[in-house]
Design a protein. Structure first.
Length: 144
């Protein structure tokens, strides 16, 4: 057994959404008491499928009801956690097209729609800034 296996897990497993509006804007959220905007979503419970965790979190945080069968799995992405120093976020990312109003609830303090081709002139979580938005931009360029 290596000493690394004795170290407690520093990984936070989450499900998160790349929510796209008909005008192409994507939704970012900021948790109360933090400065970085990120994809909406949250921790996956032990007995939960990632897409069901996402549906639960979107309802709790934004009052958004989604059909899990409409979520397209984009992949698993990992990056330093924005709000938990020393932790890594391992995210199951799903894309959804939505045409519904959202409003912040639970721990969400602010929601923001941005053009995914930009950073929205706000502080972005590493996962959003370094992986998710570049991945989405590349997919748009490939389909253009």
């Amino acid at each position: 057994m290596t000493s690394a296996s004795a170290v407690p897990s520093r990984i936070i497993h989450i499900a998160a959404a790349l929510l796209i509006r008909p005008d192409g804007q994507t939704l970012l959220v900021r948790k109360r008491g933090t400065s970085a905007f990120m994809q909406p979503g949250g921790k996956i419970e032990a007995d939960e499928l990632p897409v069901h965790a996402l549906a639960r979190e979107l309802e709790e945080e934004l009052g958004l009801l989604i059909d899990p069968t409409q979520a397209t799995f984009l992949g698993q992405f990992s990056a330093p956690a924005a709000n938990e120093p020393g932790f890594v976020v391992q995210a199951e990312i799903f894309q959804l097209s939505i045409d519904a109003q959202v409003s912040p609830a639970a721990e969400i303090e602010e929601v923001l729609w941005i053009d995914p081709a930009t950073d929205g002139d706000v502080i972005l979580a590493p996962l959003t800034r370094d992986l998710i938005l570049p991945f989405y931009r590349a997919s748009l360029a490939a389909s253009a």
